[in-house]
Ligand binder design. Structure first.
Ligand SMILES: Nc1ncnc2c1ncn2[C@@H]1O[C@H](COP(=O)(O)OP(=O)(O)O)[C@@H](O)[C@H]1O
Ligand SMILES: [Mg+2]
Length: 473
């Protein structure tokens, strides 16, 4: 189509103050193009190659927001512009941030984005600097705020983790102190036994019995309270019959190991009446030390599980982008938050489909998403409830659902909760950034989707992630 004259160009507000020379350039490089009603002028996400100026007709501008196409503008104002509008900061390689459609038959003046952009910078250097400054300032603000939110999240996590670590650590310290006492007791009992001039054969038998009993400690079937107290009574009776003092102390120890009167008879026949008391106490110590060592092992295992989870959570030694089993991150996040979940009386249900494939992802960032969603779910379930984490394969996407039984998100807030700084929580309680950041991680970083479905008693935050690598962003 033929180019526009200078006079025609001057009727468009963007160009009214341009010099003759500049208008020459526009006229030379611009093309006038017509679109039929309903036609697509620019497609969101495609490389932005054109700067459009509306000459006639009506346009509408739409953007995909959380899966829905939302109209953000509709105008028939002559001279309205769209497309590659970030002239000052554009260096090519940008994509259209919105789609533009012709509502009626319409015509546009189209300028090639890259060249127009270069001319803009040449013609208006000061405006360029100011626009770039505004843009960078905004980017920097976003970055700083993002960091701050991450720090806050980290702070509450590390407080939780410290708390979690404290219990097993204290248990291990306590058990170690008891263990030291028992071992000392054992040494002195052994000395007494030895002074009793036992036959070496007997001693060997005793050691055999000790080995058998100790092995039972770990593998003894868990007795019900009734069974345990029955057994304890039997043992106490047996000790009374054999004139063992304070037999109930020993009974309690042996019950733990599931030792019955049969085993005691064996001990008796092995060592005889005279050494029985000393032998039993020594065996009692052996059983106790074994269970204390079991406790220490449990406590330290718990500590190393927590440290392992913290490591997996923070992705300290891992590549940021990698193929991951999404369940690893979910599990480590749940471990990190277990103290909080426990305190809030929340039951956790893992409804995992373990057969879902690994996906390419920024594992550490996804952990932040899980943390934010779980944190919100916990916050919503005042006084307790059920947190369900579900995974499933849905067509060509992986679905992760964080569900809670709280009061839900009111319909009128469903769009707003994703806005930065939107919070219904009190000052110091919520930053209103959790969902905004989560959305950005899911949508921008992973080309996935984050949505909410909510009715009172059943709120689901659904994260959908692609199974294959997407064109890099
Ligand atoms: N599971 C949920 N149930 C009910 N409301 C929720 C839930 N998750 C988020 N919200 C709402 O969304 C708002 C924004 O959440 P978010 O961006 O994480 O910020 P913050 O948690 O700091 O308030 C919350 O204040 C709350 O009103
Ligand atoms: Mg939150």
């Amino acid at each position: 189509m033929s180019a526009l004259s200078h006079d025609e160009l001057r009727t468009l507000f963007l160009f009214e103050k341009l010099s003759e020379e500049q208008l020459d350039w526009i006229a030379e490089h611009g093309t006038v193009r017509s679109y039929a009603a309903g036609a697509t002028v620019a497609q969101e996400g495609e490389p932005s190659t054109c700067f459009f100026v509306l000459l006639s007709g009506t346009l509408r501008m739409c953007r995909t927001v959380r899966g829905d196409l939302i109209e953000i503008n509709r105008t028939d104002y002559r001279g309205s512009y769209c497309g590659a509008t970030q002239l000052a900061i554009q260096r090519g390689g940008e994509n259209y941030s919105a789609s533009v459609f012709a509502v009626t038959d319409a015509s546009f003046l189209e300028l090639p984005a890259e060249e127009f952009s270069a001319k803009f910078r040449e013609w208006f250097p000061m405006a360029t600097h100011l626009l770039q400054g505004a843009f960078l300032g905004r980017q920097n603000t976003d970055f700083v705020i993002g960091q701050r939110e991450r720090l806050l999240a980290l702070g509450s996590l590390s407080a939780g983790l410290t708390h979690e670590l404290n219990n097993p650590a204290a248990a291990a310290v306590r058990a170690t102190a008891s263990l030291r006492e028992r071992v000392a007791g054992m040494r002195s009992k052994l000395a007494k036994l030895a002074r009793g001039d036992i036959d070496p054969d007997l001693l060997e038998k005793l050691l055999d019995i000790q080995e058998t009993l100790v092995k039972r400690v770990g593998s003894a079937p868990k007795l019900s309270a009734v069974q345990a107290s029955d057994l304890e009574d039997q043992l106490t009776d047996w000790f009374d019959d054999h004139e063992i003092e304070q037999g109930w102390d020993l009974a309690a120890v042996f019950v733990q190991a599931g030792i019955g009167t049969d085993e005691l008879d064996e001990v008796l026949s092995a060592v005889g009446d005279e050494l029985l008391d000393g032998a039993l106490r020594w065996l009692g110590y052996a059983v106790e030390t074994e269970s204390l060592m079991g406790e220490i092992e449990d406590a330290t295992t718990r500590i190393s599980t927590l440290v392992g989870a913290a490591k997996q959570y923070s992705q300290m030694d891992r590549a940021p982008y990698q193929w991951i089993d999404v369940h690893d991150g979910l599990d480590s996040t749940l471990v990190m938050l277990s103290g909080k979940l426990h305190k809030a009386h929340i039951e956790v249900v893992k409804d995992y489909d373990r057969s879902v494939p690994n996906i390419p992802a920024y594992a550490g960032e996804l952990n932040q998403v899980w943390t934010n969603l779980i944190d919100n779910a916990v916050g919503a379930m005042k006084g307790g409830g059920t947190l369900t984490i579900r995974t499933a394969l849905e067509k060509d996407q992986l679905l992760v659902e964080v569900c809670d039984t709280g009061p839900g998100v009111p319909k009128e807030l469903k769009q707003r909760i994703f806005e930065p700084f939107f919070t219904t929580k009190g000052v110091g309680e919520g930053t209103g950034l959790g969902l905004d950041i989560s959305f950005r991680i899911v949508a921008n970083r992973h080309h996935g989707d984050l949505r909410v479905k909510s009715v009172p008693g059943d709120t689901r935050f659904q994260v959908r992630l692609p199974l294959t690598e997407q064109a890099s962003d």
